[in-house]
Design a binder for this molecule. Structure first.
Ligand code: EPZ
Length: 435
């Protein structure tokens, strides 16, 4: 596994350009394959998850590549296979979006059931119930979801709890169904809105995205278009917290402050000074962060993906903070933070953090993408050197994080993996050459 060596203690200073949103890129690259004709997508982050979804779609027959201007081209016309391979799908839960695509485009889908991951059990029961409501016959055989529908027919679907993935998967399937679909209790995340705007630019008819009722009037066909996706609010929030934990001063560029409202408010409560313009956020931290209580929630609440980075900052805050995680089981990183001297106790869905004056460097391991980010932030503040293994998990959702941190003054070195990367070795995809 690749590693990062970080020597802490340097306040981050300078400007950093935030990349496009991973959680927008993944559904939009899949949605591009609903069309007839080429789409050209801008602001797509070149991270591992984007390569994984691209390889899955290539295996199904689509042509996908980055050009010299880093724009992603998607030509779906050759997409004619309905069986997605276990080896790739198991790597990333968002691969399950191809189910909605294949049902809409081919009327048939065989996709491995996405397993659980470091965030606990992650069922797809809401997705399957929604596909059945649209008229698909759905079964699970030998670990594969098998879904088939000669024609998808629009219907009214109530989603049991706010679910980004379910909302997205059903938008994809319903976009080319016969008649209207109403998604009740739909997710309101900015990435859902971004997908809706892209689908409508292709000729779809999606209304209400960003509210909890989305109406999709199915159309017979969609056309490829050019589109630029939104910037990554989770990467932006990660850098805001990195500034807070190191006592630095940063200007984040290419951001949408409105998408970070709850994060901005919580960082201000912790004592960070924040100024925003239409597409930048200046953040500075002149004092030890103040302890803040926090509860994660669906958008516009505090994002679960920033719970772990924020907890890293709370581990050196002045006082005790209580962090409640309401969406996933995602406290496995706490054991790793303890190795660095953090004083954290977890009781079911709640972590109680007593801020310490200083963390110390240690050997730690990333257990999931955002846990890895939390460990990077803790290492930036820790006394001495920290070795973080499992960095390919961080590369899944952050484009060149170590490069960006070095440009801001951090002492970060990447220790490459000893043997060839399994993904590259197995697939030798030209896409990976550009990483
Ligand atoms: C998306 O995951 C994001 N992933 C996650 O980001 C993010 O943490 C999550 O939304 C919440 O915002 C992508 O966009 C690729 P959900 P998703 O469906 O869609 C339960 C990251 O680090 N549920 O909104 O899988 C589920 O278990 C990743 O970038 C069911 O019970 O999340 C969870 O408790 C991590 N049955 C809750 O709903 C279902 O069929 C919300 O999950 C579906 C979901």
């Amino acid at each position: 596994m690749a590693k990062l060596l970080i020597r802490g203690g340097t306040p981050l200073k300078g400007n950093v350009r935030i990349s496009g949103a991973k959680n927008s890129a993944l559904p939009i690259i899949v949605a591009a394959c609903l069309a007839d004709g080429e789409s050209v997508l801008e602001n797509i982050p070149r991270d591992i998850d984007v390569y994984t979804i691209s390889m899955i779609l290539q295996e199904l027959g689509a042509e996908i590549w980055f050009d010299e201007q880093k724009r992603l081209h998607v030509i779906p016309d050759g997409l004619d296979r309905y069986q997605a391979s276990y080896d790739l799908v198991r790597r990333m839960r968002a691969s399950f979006y191809v189910t909605g695509l294949l049902l809409a485009r081919l009327g048939k889908a065989e996709v491995p059931l996405p397993g659980g991951c470091a965030l606990g059990s992650r069922p797809v029961d809401y997705h399957l119930k929604g596909f059945q409501s649209l008229g698909a016959a759905v079964s699970i055989e030998h670990g594969f979801v098998k879904a088939e529908a000669s024609k998808l027919v629009g219907s009214k679907i109530y989603i049991n709890r706010s679910s980004v993935g379910t909302t997205i998967n059903l938008m994809l399937a319903a976009s080319r169904a016969q008649g209207s679909t109403i998604l009740e209790n739909a997710a309101k995340e900015p990435e859902v809105v971004d997908l809706a705007i892209y689908l409508n630019s292709m000729g779809a008819r999606v209304r209400g995205a960003g509210t909890d009722v989305i109406r999709i009037d199915g159309v017979d066909s969609l056309r490829g278009t050019e589109y630029g996706i939104i910037s990554d609010r989770i990467e932006a929030g990660t850098f805001m917290v990195a500034c807070g934990i190191t006592g630095g001063e940063l200007v984040l560029e290419n951001v949408v402050p409105e998408h970070l409202r709850s994060t901005i408010l919580k960082c201000e409560e912790a004592g960070l000074e924040i100024e925003e313009t239409v597409d930048t956020i200046r953040v500075s931290s002149k004092h030890r962060p103040q302890a803040v209580d926090l509860e994660t929630a669906p958008y516009p609440g505090f994002p679960t993906d920033l719970q772990q980075p924020f907890a890293a900052m709370m581990s050196i805050a002045d006082g005790a903070s209580i962090i409640r995680e309401t969406i996933f089981d995602r406290f496995r990183y706490v054991d790793e933070l303890r190795r660095m001297g953090a004083d954290i106790r977890v009781d079911r869905d709640t972590a109680i953090i007593r801020g310490v004056m200083e963390l110390t460097g240690a050997q730690v391991e990333a257990t999931d993408l955002r846990a890895g980010a939390a460990l990077v932030l803790a290492a930036l503040a820790a006394k001495g050197e920290t070795e973080i293994s499992g960095v390919e998990l961080v590369d899944r959702g952050y484009e060149h994080l170590d490069v960006k941190l070095r440009q801001l003054g951090a002492d970060v070195q990447r220790i490459p993996e000893q043997e060839e990367d399994a993904l590259q070795e197995h697939l030798g995809s030209p896409l990976l050459e550009m990483l």
